[in-house]
Design a protein around this ligand. Sequence first.
Ligand code: SAH
Ligand code: DHB
Ligand code: MG
Length: 261
Amino acid sequence: MARPPMQRLRERLVRLRAQAARRLAGPALASLGQERWSAVDDYLAAQLVGDDSVSAAALAAGAAAELPPITVSASQGKLLELLARVGGARRILELGTLGGYSSIWLARALPPDGRLVTLEANPRFAEVARGNIARAGLGETVEVRVGPALETLPELAAEAAPFDMIFIDADKANYPHYLEWSLKLSRPGTLIVADNVVGGGAIVEANGSEPWGEDGGLQGVRRFYDLLAAEPRLSATAIQTVGDKGYDGFVLALVTAPPAE
Ligand code: SAH
Ligand code: DHB
Ligand code: MG
């Protein structure tokens, strides 16, 4: 039986709207998405980061040792180096070493007497990192400490603090604790940078699925934002990123006041 004229009209309207939407969004959509983000990241790295056999070797060794491919990207690594240079950092703390890829970028910013302490829970990852760091000629500059960061952080208060820059990139569930520790181990002017603070956009969903393959990660990072928002000793912002590593982001937080006694 033929459809009533009103229904045919409605269906035609729906088709026309869809056509118009495709015409408008088509070219934009074709240039969006992971493939294009990665292509642009390759272009940017080729233009601005250049041939870097040292960090390429670290990535290759990480892949050979079957480490997860969750390092920062080359452009992000260079950003970490530039931020450390801008701040004139002499002591840097990193939480979450993996194979030492971001450690190498950060350590490159240091003067000859500078020091990077990097904390890693997984002893196998830490060994890979030590090899990569030694091959990069940074063995004297970088110290890899093995153990859950919440166990190794207290040692640093007496030994190595205050740090001029702190890069938080370990387990996301503990980001709130890592922020508290960062404040303890900092001075006014310390820059705190945190990776993985957007998680493909999941951060806006109170009960979204875990973006970093880690139970409690999303809640940890959301709580981290709550602490940042409430912390008068910090001035912070967050930047969303797309690229080789998908859609995620960084928090940048500057310590503006001395730690509470
Ligand atoms: N910063 C690295 C990537 C780190 S991936 C880079 O960009 O190259 C996150 C790392 O945190 C992993 O190596 C993981 O083993 C480590 N990690 C997880 N839980 C941890 C904990 N409680 N303490 C210290 N490191 C931890
Ligand atoms: C993932 C990415 C990261 O940068 C990280 O530090 C941990 C996990 C991920 O994509 O799973
Ligand atoms: Mg990360």
